[in-house]
Write a protein that binds this ligand. Structure first.
Ligand code: URA
Ligand code: SF4
Length: 179
């Protein structure tokens, strides 16, 4: 399925309970031929209102780190484990993640990126199984014929200078890996 067909399906999806509380579904966004796909957790308040992923304060951190390494946001593709905002930004549950999973798989199948950057615990648990971020971040992880790269969620670095420095150096590593 093409990315534009997927957008249409996500926008009108009612496969899980999150459709009842969302303002807008938030399909992935970016270059359908991207070398890098980023996977976050779930839309937050700003994303829910705008219908676009990573456009709030966490998104600003991600954009800044990309820009510092010469990566245009439009050149990559950014998506989430679930496409609708969970009430009060709670972590999406197992059944919601499972309902939404086919969209993520279809995005990755359509784009076939060189590398998939997994942002934070929820995405790591969903996509890679339990992987400890502090132990596994910053390196390539191969799984089922796909290449992954794990780092912190940009929301986790907002008030933590130490994590922010590591996040930025991970994004620099990622940028070198796809050059
Ligand atoms: N956090 C996420 O995980 N995804 C978004 O789209 C925004 C914030
Ligand atoms: Fe559909 Fe995913 Fe939204 Fe649930 S979170 S309603 S499965 S798009």
């Amino acid at each position: 399925m093409s990315i534009s067909e997927l957008r249409g399906q996500v926008t009108s999806c009612t496969k899980c309970e999150l459709c009842k509380t969302r303002t807008n579904a938030v399909p992935g966004k970016g270059n359908p031929n991207a070398k890098i796909v980023f996977i976050g957790e779930a839309p937050g308040r700003t994303e829910d209102v705008r219908g676009e992923p990573f456009v709030g304060s966490a998104g600003k951190k991600l954009s800044d780190a990309l820009a510092k390494n010469g990566i245009l946001r439009d050149s990559v593709y950014i998506t989430n484990v679930v496409k609708c905002r969970p009430p009060n930004n709670r972590v999406p549950n197992e059944s919601e993640r499972e309902s939404c999973r086919p969209y993520l798989d279809a995005e990755l199948d359509a784009i076939k990126p060189e590398i998939i950057c997994v942002l934070g615990n929820t995405a790591s648990n969903s996509v890679l199984g339990q992987r400890e971020i502090t132990k596994n971040r910053g390196k390539i992880i191969e799984k089922d014929g796909k290449k992954y790269f794990l780092t912190f969620h940009p929301a986790a670095i907002i008030y933590n200078q130490e994590l922010a420095a590591i996040f930025e150096s991970d994004i620099a590593t990622l940028a070198r890996l796809v050059k």
